[in-house]
Design a protein around this ligand. Sequence first.
Ligand code: HEM
Length: 421
Amino acid sequence: MSDTTGSTSSKTPPPGCPAHGSAVQLGGLEYQQTPSQLYRTMRRDHGAVAPVLLDGDIPAWLVLGYPEVSYVTSHDELFARDSRRWNQWPNIPADWPLMPFVGHQPSVLFTEGPEHQRRAGVITQALEGVDQFELARECQSIAESLIASFGGSGQTELMSTYAHALPARAVLWMCGMPQGSADTEQLVDDLRISLDAGEGDDPVAAYMRVGERIMQLVKEKRDRPGPDVTSRMLQDPAGLSDEEIVQDLISVIAAAQQPTANWICNTLRLLLTDERFAVNVSGGRVSVGDALNEVLWLDTPTQNFIGRWAVRDTQLGGRLIREGDCLVLGLAAANTDPQIWPESHVGAENSSHLSFSNGEHRCPYPAPLLADVMARTAVETLLERLPDLVLGVDPSELTWRPSIWMRGLNSLPVQFTPAVH
Ligand code: HEM
């Protein structure tokens, strides 16, 4: 990611740039720590639709307004998902860092119209078959075993030992992978590397292994179906091919793991740092629900989503959008749009935020409910098992990851009285 600040760029815009020289570099320290401040400045300087420069000074639009994000996502005849219509492809190098997000793949994510309805319909019915009580029980059991692995030490770093591990295991369980096997553990590890590579990791090799293991899972479930998402996708009358199912299963697993992990972590951060939640947090089921919802308004995991591509020339927020322009959905900015919060109070009283997006390509209907079960069970079980959990560092030492896409912490160190077994 570019490390320049959010100030106005003085560089000459690349040819065909919709930004006319006043575009904002999307990235930098403001994103890491206080993106809300940056969105406010951008809204003041540019209005609801801001010209921005992505990595390598590639121009795009950042849609910051709540009505504008709602409009873009609900008009897929104007703003569509197939990235092959992007007018910037001639300027994009093959090793561009955002390629994993925008490079066209034959998955549900990039399909449109009836083909999207077919693919998304299969995912929706397969996810609808997940029993939420059973999922909660499974998440609790995963949570207990993760807590047991660090509970005796009196301290841990929750991002790596808990928040990321729990949704990865839970979503693989939903897809029918056997819990606790070495095979599943390898897949959990490969998912982590391919979605979020650390130093010395090889994300491309890990992604290949994920693809191979999911293909094997699909073959296993064709032979021996079970009560799981993979088998339900295979049995759907839409008759998806094995290759289509592999692509869409990988999309489901990736789409579930990262945002749910950050939802868990951002909620724990809020509970452990905000005085409003400090009183008897461990007993406060209502407080946990409030914190989960407040995070979706104020620190939503998918803070920006790339994106949509204009089908033809059109107007948006007073801007001329050219056919093939790229639009980034500013979900976090839209959630805090002063137009919907005129009193400058952003509340947790309702769930009309755009954190799961909107329209045809929104997070498919049962997924937000399943994510809620995972996140709520993760947070509640941790607080029940380790009731005197406190932050292991001063709140000011917690730092956000330098990503403009996902909002999550670098680490969340905690301390507690060691649990005796
Ligand atoms: C069980 C957990 C989850 C599953 C299975 C899941 C699944 C998916 C899938 C399959 C898509 C692609 C939809 C399409 O292109 O038609 C998607 C999109 C999306 N999901 Fe989720 N998701 C989960 C959790 C979450 C969470 C926790 C968040 C954020 C709080 C989130 C936010 C989004 C967003 C912003 C999109 C993009 C929608 C768009 O293009 O407009 N998801 N999700």
